[in-house]
Design a protein around this ligand. Sequence first.
Ligand SMILES: [Zn+2]
Length: 269
Amino acid sequence: MLQQWQRQLDTEWSTEQQRPAEVRRVAGELAESHWVAHRQTKALEAVTIALAAMASPEVARCMYCEHDRGCQIDHAEPKARAHHRTFAWENHVWSCGNCNQKKTALYHPQMVIPTDDNPLEHLDLVPSGRWVARDDSPRGTATLQAMPFLNDQLIVQARARGRRTVIDEIDKLAQRASVTQNEFDVLREKVTRDPFSDVFAALLSTLLLPGAKDLVAPRVVEFVRAHPEMYAWLADDDAQRWRDAWPAIESAAASMKVRLDAASDNQAP
Ligand SMILES: [Zn+2]
């Protein structure tokens, strides 16, 4: 279905190019009108459910900034630049209206795409709550250039607080001689939920760095290294969320007779 709409758009764009320059519509405008015409359809509803399931837990936060306000399908490469990817599933990202809008002007082709890349390979969360490019990663740098608002003051402060809370929670257990399974489960429940899941993921990534003990209390580093199963917590939750969402994706797709591939490889119609 999405491919069919993309073909219609591509065909109309080639026709458009035959027209005199003074009446020709620009590609972004044409892509936008096709997108708006199909936005309320089952196919894009299926994409919405799939992206929301891939976003962070509970409230399906924006994949860029982690806000939960007004999320919608964003085009990683903006329609104005890439009308030929308007209906491409791999170009769709779950995003708040703010990021969606601001990113359009500042897009950088090397920026990290959260549905495709692991942002934590290119970005580190430092104690102040700011994202910085890991080892001057060009893709991390491009991401922060394209989306400087990821380090807006309010969200930076909230991240710094969240990071401290997660470290304190782990440290409470790290100080103890022995930890019961129940205490471990309580920790898991806390750090893998909103609003801590993203800072927890970033912390785990930091703890893999050789210099981790300069950034986080050595006791916390040692505790996490002694419990490597903590690294599976978020991935397990992601897989569960995907399984839970699958029936709704399938039913939206079935109503328009679109064949779906296996859920495990994150395919959408
Ligand atoms: Zn956002």
